[in-house]
Design a binder for this molecule. Sequence first.
Ligand SMILES: *Cc1c(COP(=O)(O)O)cnc(C)c1O
Length: 430
Amino acid sequence: MRSIEKSQQAFKDASNYFPGGVDSPVRAFKNVGGNPLFIKKGAGSHIYDIDGHDYIDYVLSWGPLILGHADAKVVTALKAAVSNGTSYGAPTLLETTLAKKIQSIVPTMEMMRMVSSGTEATMSAIRVARGVTKRDKIVKFIGNYHGHSDSLLVDAGSGVATFDINTSPGVPKALAYDTLTSPYNDVATIKQIFEKHGDEIACVIVEPVAGNMGVIPGTQDFLQTLRELTQQHGSILIFDEVMSGFRAAYRGAQSLYGIQPDMTTLGKVVGGGLPVGVFGGRRDIMKQVAPQGPIYHAGTLSGNPLAMTGGISTLEQLTPALYDQMTEKVNRLAKGIKDAAASHHIPIVVHHVGTMWSYFFNQGPVNNFDDVQRSDMAFFAKFFNALLAQGIYTAPSEYETNFMSSKHTDDEIDQTIAGFNQAFDDVLKG
Ligand SMILES: *Cc1c(COP(=O)(O)O)cnc(C)c1O
């Protein structure tokens, strides 16, 4: 048994200062009955904990690190940027450079604004949608996660689901009341909601490829229905691509379905590991944001030079060919996982889209949050720990997504598949 004594001590110490010992709930390993590992450094596809263990990392800071840890070009660019100062509170060329790059990859971003997190991007996007339509109600889908702002913290995925907190205490009833929720991939229910409330709905916000209840792709029919209903009723369709942008495909999930949302939110990869979020979309909508229009949004560190440099030096290295390579690795890994489960007679559903992948110990199909909840979570917890013991670091919850980076090698994919086989052996032996 490998010793994680230093991480255990560090967790005890941190628990005096941070609720649950962490700065974000899903880091705590609470749900898988373990002690979180304290990380000393990352390099490429690997992370190293403070006890000296080395792991193949598929969490990748929960998505942003598509080029792996400490990519040489990103590090060089950041070092150069930091020596010029970290923030000016005045415009820089870097912001426009990143905006042009984003627009060249995601053309529906006609105008945009830089912020410092995905939460800020989605929170601001729904304010804009409410301001433009002069309506209060919004629609979100059960098990989708859009950050932790009040209106969006209703029936959410990710840590909210992991820790079984349906609707967080502290969210005012009035705000929760204006958030209508509907099951994901359910065309009939969303039609009913629009029949009843269509003229009161400011926006529909959706993860087009959901990644906060494991990976669940939206169906073409479902997303097409959202596009048509919002158009018919004068509501704004927001694709929350904070995770799926530059992940589900080079040009995001919207390119896979050929559907144009009115607004898009980005985060994670767009900052290359620095704090960046972006909201944007149709020019006529974004023109209503202050100071061009009356809808207020601001940020002291919005678009700061370090964050912009992290984004630029990451996006500059991304190409469609690189996505083909990463997707191929995910395909091979997914097949290896399925085969490993089958040879151990374990029911499993493996989902993957582009560089996102996850698996459910479930008979299937898994198309919405209810389906995910039918998974064998107790088995998952044991399995997660068995994988960790093999030096494979995956998301510590069945409600989360794993990722692939450009730095993962074919050898590491083989090692990971062997690790899955070994972990099944270990768990079944008890
Ligand atoms: C991670 C995530 C967010 C929140 O982003 P933060 O940077 O953690 O605030 C919002 N929406 C989706 C789809 C996400 O995956």
